[in-house]
Design a protein around this ligand. Structure first.
Ligand code: SF4
Length: 457
């Protein structure tokens, strides 16, 4: 498919070819699924909702529920108030969720529907029954990306739900960022290992990675409860993981409820995980026990064992900004050379932080926000790399250039496992190392001369 990509670079200002991002409502829908008993609602036409649901379903291999305002030509001209009010009535009558999380689409944003007013009127006229809740996030796809949509919906959780009662609770909030259910599960496991009480929101573990029981549950066991998100206003502190996905919500909670926030990067790799564990320890006063020290020690051993295979390897990375920033740090810890690092999401913080990480060890690195896979491919044609890391769409480039490829990030549509094996924490770093070494050695096995083809590393 990408065999037609040329090596000659042409300056482009407006055109994106294979952008490394998708649209805002997908992130908002994913975040909403991390609230227990929540029905995500897409305020727009049916096509948007179908696309977002199917994209999430293909990534998570689980049926993703969401409702839609089903805009027609009439609502496109006169606004979607009647549709949303009717939708609230239908959703609470038929599907009985505890909460509905509304996100907008390009169409309803262009019309300018005033969602807070529609929610207020729907409460007054009983379309939203007493005891039920509706929240909303504005998610126009002509700005930002799916990461922005995720961030906006998490901020909406804080704005609508979190409250300060005046009694501080012995718990730490964790806003995990746009990561897999497996990552959220791993973060909870690390906190439990340290005996730290946490409130994590959103939490899609046990929602999008649940067991096959033979019984369909529209609202699975998992998810942060509304009560937990409310109580986040009384927590000791908030740990926000990832600038792009979590910063705004934590800052909002800080100003709304006076809960101090620590802004960290995703705990991918050893240094970032150390910082996460230290933050957990300092806020809660909990000791870092021997079990966690053992995990860390095993990771250090693995990094040292495989150092000869990773040292100096040129890597191209495409993905969401929080993931690329954290992964790049890990690759530098492994003494690899992330030479091309792109994200499709906009935001100057990406390039600023990436330069801080790479200007010393990899001064030749090319770093770009609002970038696309076409340009990354062109860079690789001009100066090849040893490894490509990115979402499913990277596989076209990997095949064309015969480059070892590790699937990482969102979406992964053609493989499974990402729901189950974390990439955060010390065990997540082991998982990433395992994936990288396998594809590097597989290529070596395929292509090396016979005298080098041994059954030992
Ligand atoms: S870009 Fe806009 S119109 Fe297209 S699917 Fe996304 S929200 Fe809908």
């Amino acid at each position: 498919m990408l065999n037609g990509t040329t090596a000659e670079l042409v300056e482009r200002k407006a055109l994106r070819i294979n952008p490394a991002k998708t649209c805002q409502p997908i992130g908002a829908m994913y975040a909403a699924l991390g609230i227990h008993g929540c029905m995500p609602h897409s305020h727009g036409s049916q096509g948007c909702c179908s696309y977002h649901r199917s994209h999430l379903t293909r990534h998570f291999k689980e049926p993703v529920m969401a409702t839609t305002s089903s805009f027609t030509e009439g609502s496109s001209v006169f606004g979607g108030m009647a549709n949303l009010t009717q939708a609230f009535k239908n959703i609470f009558t038929i599907y009985n969720p505890e909460i509905v999380a509304v996100h907008t689409t390009c169409l309803s944003e262009v019309i300018g529907d005033d969602i807070p007013t529609i929610i207020k009127k729907s409460i007054e006229d009983g379309s939203i029954p007493a005891g039920k809740i509706a929240i909303h996030a504005n998610t126009p796809s002509f700005v930002g990306s799916h990461v922005t949509g995720f961030s906006n919906m998490v901020m909406a959780m804080v704005n609508y739900l979190s409250e300060k009662t005046g009694t501080t609770l012995n718990q730490v909030n964790i806003i995990p960022g746009f990561v897999e259910p497996a990552d959220m599960r791993e973060i909870k496991r690390l906190a439990k290992e340290m005996a730290v009480n946490i409130v994590m929101f959103p939490d899609t573990s046990n929602v999008l990675d649940g067991p096959l029981t033979g019984q369909y549950k529209m609202y699975p066991e998992g998810g942060a409860t509304v009560a937990q998100i409310k109580s986040a206003g009384d927590s000791i502190a908030t740990i926000a993981l990832g600038h792009f996905a979590s910063h705004v919500a934590a800052a909002t909670l800080e100003s709304k409820c006076n809960v101090p926030a620590a802004f960290l990067e995703l705990p991918i790799g050893i240094g970032s995980t150390d910082r996460f564990i230290s933050a957990l320890s300092s806020y809660s006063g909990a000791e870092v026990g021997p079990a966690i020290e053992l995990e860390r020690g095993r990771l250090v051993d693995l990094m040292s064992d495989l150092h000869q295979y990773f040292h100096g390897k040129r890597v191209a990375i495409a993905g969401d900004p929080d993931q690329v920033i954290a992964l790049t740090q890990f690759l530098v810890e492994l003494e690899m050379k992330p030479v091309y690092c792109i994200t499709g999401s906009p935001g100057n913080q990406f390039e600023k932080r990436m330069h801080e990480i790479l200007d010393g060890p990899v001064p030749e690195a090319k770093i770009k926000q609002t970038a696309d896979l076409f340009e990354l491919h062109q860079w690789m044609k001009n100066e090849p790399v040893d490894l490509l890391i990115g979402n499913t769409y990277g596989k076209h480039i990997a095949r064309t250039e015969n480059v070892p490829f590790v699937r990482f990030g969102f979406p992964i549509l053609d493989r499974t496992g990402h729901r189950f094996f974390p990439t955060v924490g010390y065990m997540g770093a082991v998982n990433l190392i395992n994936q990288m070494i396998n594809v590097l050695l597989d290529k070596k096995d395929r292509e090396c001369d016979e005298e080098w083809f041994e059954l030992v590393q």
